[in-house]
Design a binder for this molecule. Structure first.
Ligand SMILES: [Zn+2]
Length: 282
């Protein structure tokens, strides 16, 4: 048992699901059993996060991230009314690839990220309006957004409920909130258990399901209008890096793949364990 209140249902009732991972016995919300300071958390997201700690070569895989973002945009556009949805904010904008892909669809696109290297890249390469900082502490004044996106981001932040609360504050009814994150209740998540590739604290702190994410969004005035598993493109190099270097500690095998010259080939995968959720502000 822990004294932490569940951020989804506010009960104080959890059990250990896997070592270091807790599950609320009331609502089923799953989260890492750790309390990080801002300094400890932000230190995870330096340039090394994108160049070795989590990604082998994020910027070098730009073509694959852009393909993924075009898939997300295609779905998101089904809910976009160009007369209503004009200003977009991406939280966790990384190197700016999504904002650069989507900028022609909106009057304005803005981003925020805590990684200096990504923010610099987005500004210098794409001339994007991106802030370096933490969304929760950044002062947006009275600014309102029509679309807010968090791609593979909500699982990384310390307090997702405070993010959703602040997003609600900076949106008006009819605004859209788009999120991708892993589904711990997916078949793959259940079968793989503690060895599921998405279980890796301290960068992944939150393990939502359709049920717990919907409940969190509803408690701050959002209605889920779309929830599908989404596929993604990955380079063979990144997939091999995840498996061989990060999980199995076999860097020599990874170098064999690099030498074979196939690391920048891409594959499309849908493991039916990544949720793409679009919610509308009520
Ligand atoms: Zn709960």
């Amino acid at each position: 048992m822990t004294s932490n209140l569940c951020l989804v249902c506010h009960h104080n009732a959890s059990k250990t699901l896997y070592p270091g991972i807790l599950k609320c016995t009331e609502c089923g919300y799953v989260y890492a059993d750790m309390t990080l300071t801002d300094e400890e958390l932000f230190a995870l997201y330096n340039e090394a996060f994108f160049t070795g700690a989590e990604f082998d070569d994020y910027a070098g895989d730009e073509v694959f991230f852009r393909k993924n973002f075009r898939l997300r945009i295609r779905e998101l556009k089904k809910f976009i009314d160009p007369a209503r949805h004009k200003d977009l904010l991406e939280i966790g904008s990384a190197y700016g690839f999504f904002l650069d892909e989507v900028r022609s669809e909106f009057d304005s696109v803005q981003g925020i990220d805590i990684t200096e290297a990504g923010v610099r890249h987005a500004r210098e390469q794409f001339h994007l309006d991106v802030v370096e900082g933490d969304f929760l502490s950044h002062d947006y004044g009275a600014q309102k957004f029509d679309v807010v996106c968090l791609w593979d981001t909500i699982e990384h932040v310390r307090s997702p409920h405070l993010y959703v609360e602040k997003i609600a504050h900076h949106t008006e009814p009819g605004a859209l909130l788009a999120i991708t994150t892993a589904d711990i209740d997916s078949v793959n998540g259940r079968v793989r258990g503690r060895r599921w590739r998405m279980i890796h604290p301290p960068t992944h702190l939150h393990y939502f399901s359709r049920e717990t994410l919907t409940r969190l969004l509803e408690s701050y005035g959002f209605e889920v209008v779309y929830n599908h598993y989404c596929g993604f493109y990955r380079s063979i190099g990144q997939m091999a890096y995840n498996v061989l270097v990060l999980r199995q500690q076999k860097p020599r095998l990874f170098r064999v793949i690099q030498k074979a010259g196939i690391e920048k080939l891409g594959l499309y995968l849908n493991l039916y364990d990544i949720m793409f959720v679009i919610a509308r502000r009520l």
